[in-house]
Design a protein around this ligand. Structure first.
Ligand code: CU1
Length: 540
């Protein structure tokens, strides 16, 4: 086989000494660890999506069909737990962040390569325990991914093992964040000043701080749930003298910022991609970089907007509602700056740009419907309805999901040195976009009409929206299959891509594709910003 690139197989070549599987699961190379995460996240995504498809099939018709109510409860719980903790949170940072962060700042690896490998092992352990919790004890957890008390402490299903699994996954996330913060502070190449960092790095930096500061709160909270279940303490369960609202506060103090762990890296991806395909320096670099930090900070102050109907004081509702509107400002700054970057740019509509534009559209719909919930009055109307499910999937799948797909299409030629079929990639994008909107948009209407989420059965008057939504899930599945097959085929057999097929200006494109094990043959010296395209050729 001919690998015409300078680095040949690069870091993908068999490592000297260790062979086969061991050279992967014992590796400290950040690129290999990133690929390990990518494989696991991809597998878990398949499991979570399959659960989602079955749920949609059940919901297509009212009444008792396909699965029983208890199985249904377990399935939406697993869909949520898998997608949040095993897919979306590690998706961009732990997989692509791991591969790209050192390459983008001109480093040989992350600061703590062995800790990095340990994080991956913790992820595998957490995932395994989560799977074991389904098949052991007295049944799969049926609490929803939020593990709300007092139900999570009274149900006989295997919640104890599930919360242990999530706590371990939390540690994996914390250690990755710690590694990234240190790496960005300590390992930037000569000339890589803070204002020359690619915006993807800035977004990973903001994300890493949330991982380090907020995730321990989730860990402690779930340990307390475990302790209350096992030791019969009175912390959260009012039947034992505890306070269920305390749980909700602690859970959301992590889980609202966690939404930004999920979406900030995708925003960073978009900020890196748009200038390349508009052939223009990014509009408002500093504002985008700063708004990532602002989102991380302000996003830590809004958690109780999930609790407007919980009975907390009106003053608290007012304050949290106001703060929620403030978070919208840095998010809107980013959207404005992306659009301004495109304005009068020399635009080439390649797959990474299409997925990025899809991100902007879906994220905007998700963000604006979020404001409906940020306003206390309208929130009470839509609370715990399908409106929430629609909003959440627009932000997390339409946003982070499409951001991840944009990133895969952008960086696949760098990671594997090969190119996928661009026509098929564009086709898959349009099918996915249509599928997502047919799947999730009816949920807004169903929610406004009062259909509660998580219910097993519903009144026949909601059937139309449910049928439409289920058809959307089939369209989406077709698009995803085409996209993944195309990416897989490109990775294995696609034509050689060259070192810099898009004509991008960030540092990772200056080394060979795939990069060599030590990333750069000569330590790079950075002399210009990440979106300065002067002297960079664009291949047509
Ligand atoms: Cu929130």
């Amino acid at each position: 086989m001919d690998h015409g690139n300078v680095g040949g197989l690069g870091f993908l070549a068999p490592a000297p000494g260790r062979k086969g599987l061991l050279s992967w699961i014992g590796t400290t190379d950040h690129k290999r660890i990133g690929l390990l995460y990518m494989g696991c996240v991809g597998f878990m995504f398949f499991c979570g999506a399959a659960l989602g498809m079955i749920l949609r099939l059940k919901l297509m018709t009212p009444g008792s069909t396909l699965v029983g109510p208890q199985t249904y409860n377990a399935m939406f719980t697993l869909h949520g737990v898998i997608m949040i903790f095993l897919v979306v949170i590690p998706s961009i940072p732990a997989s692509l962040g791991n591969i790209l962060l050192p390459l983008q700042i001109g480093a040989e690896d992350v600061s703590f390569p062995r800790l990095n490998l340990f994080s991956w092992w913790l992820y595998v352990l957490g995932a395994t325990l989560a799977v074991v919790s389904i098949f052991t004890g007295s049944g799969a957890p049926d609490t929803g991914w939020t593990f709300y008390v007092p139900f999570s402490e009274r149900t006989t299903t295997n919640v104890s093992l599930a919360v242990t699994a999530v706590t371990i996954l939390g540690f994996s996330s914390i250690l990755t964040g710690l590694n990234f913060v240190t790496t960005i502070h300590r390992l930037r190449a000569p000339g890589m000043t803070w204002t020359r960092l690619p915006l993807f790095v800035w977004s990973l930096y903001a994300t890493a701080w949330i991982q380090v500061l907020a995730t321990p709160i989730l860990g402690i909270t779930l340990v307390l749930v475990f302790a209350e279940r096992v030791l019969n303490l009175g912390l959260f369960d009012p039947g034992r003298g505890g306070d269920p609202l305390l749980y909700q506060h602690l859970f959301w103090i992590y889980s609202h910022p966690a939404v930004y762990i999920m979406v900030l890296p995708a925003m960073g991806v978009i900020s890196d991609i748009i200038p390349v395909f508009a052939r223009k320096n990014i509009f408002g670099y500093k504002m985008i970089a700063f708004s990532s930090l602002a989102i991380a900070f302000a996003g830590s102050l809004v958690w109780a907007h999930h609790m407007f109907t919980s009975g907390m004081s009106d003053t608290a509702v007012l304050v949290f509602s106001f703060l929620t509107f403030i978070v919208a400002i840095p998010s809107a700054i980013k959207v404005f700056n992306w659009v301004s970057t495109l304005y009068k740019g020399s635009i080439s509509v390649e797959p990474p740009l299409l997925f990025s534009l899809g991100f902007i559209f879906m994220f905007s719909v998700g963000g604006l419907t979020g404001l409906v919930q940020g306003a206390a009055g309208t929130d009470i109307h839509v609370h715990d309805t399908y409106f929430i499910v629609g909003h959440f999937h627009y932000v997390i799948f339409g946003g982070t999901g499409l951001g991840m797909f944009a990133a895969l299409h952008f960086w696949l030629p760098k990671i594997f040195g090969r190119m996928y079929d661009r026509g098929v990639a564009k086709l898959s994008f349009w099918i996915i976009l249509v599928g997502m909107n047919v799947l999730y948009f009816p949920m807004f209407i169903l929610g406004l009409e009062g259909l509660p989420r998580r219910y097993y059965d519903y009144l026949p008057k909601y059937a139309h929206g449910q049928v439409l939504s289920t058809i959307g899930s089939w369209i989406l599945a077709v698009g995803l299959v085409i996209m993944f097959a195309n990416l897989y085929r490109g990775m294995r057999r696609g034509p050689l891509a060259g070192d810099n097929p898009w004509g991008a200006a960030t540092l990772e494109w200056t080394t060979s594709s795939p990069p060599p094990t030590n990333n750069f043959e000569v330590e790079p010296v950075v002399t210009h910003g990440p979106y300065d395209f002067r002297g960079v050729a664009r291949h047509e």
